[in-house]
Design a protein around this ligand. Sequence first.
Ligand SMILES: O=P(O)(O)OC[C@H]1O[C@H](OP(=O)(O)OP(=O)(O)O)[C@H](O)[C@@H]1O
Ligand code: HPA
Ligand SMILES: [Mg+2]
Length: 159
Amino acid sequence: MSSHRYHQHFTVSWDQLHRDVRELCHRLIERDFKGIVAITRGGLIPAALIARELNVRLIDTVCIKSYDHMDQGGLDVMKGVDHDGDGWLLVDDLVDTGKTARKVREMLPKAHFVTVYAKPEGRPLVDQYLTEVAQDCWIQFPWDMGIAYVEPLVDQVKR
Ligand SMILES: O=P(O)(O)OC[C@H]1O[C@H](OP(=O)(O)OP(=O)(O)O)[C@H](O)[C@@H]1O
Ligand code: HPA
Ligand SMILES: [Mg+2]
């Protein structure tokens, strides 16, 4: 699968991400978790923010890689966990095709799986998510961006 499948961009600022994660936490507050398993690397920042809101101190990782920028390759699991996820909150930044989620679900079938963003193909694999995003939309996360100079419009258009 490649970058050809993406025709739109959805840019998420740090501020937006923080507000979205806090909103997701409102929907998790009634539950008690033994700990959080973050799916690296994208799940690490949401997991840290959720841990702060829900006062969770025990945090583990499943280390897995699927994409090189927009190009999806084979799944490479570098680290798992030694339990089935019972009582644990499993966190990733997003679910896209669901390939990563399917693999991690096999590893932790009893975990409560949440993502901040979800695309239609992957959505059925998670228990909860905050915002749905179109399948052909690439979510641009704040950790992949920087602040850059933008030329005045007259120079862009008239030069
Ligand atoms: O539903 P899928 O099509 O499997 O895509 C979703 C996964 O892809 C991204 O991770 P990536 O493999 O790019 O690694 P990263 O988290 O280290 O950026 C993202 O963080 C999800 O984990
Ligand atoms: O839309 C996306 N944005 C960032 N990383 C991703 N990994 C899979 N899909 C995406
Ligand atoms: Mg990831």
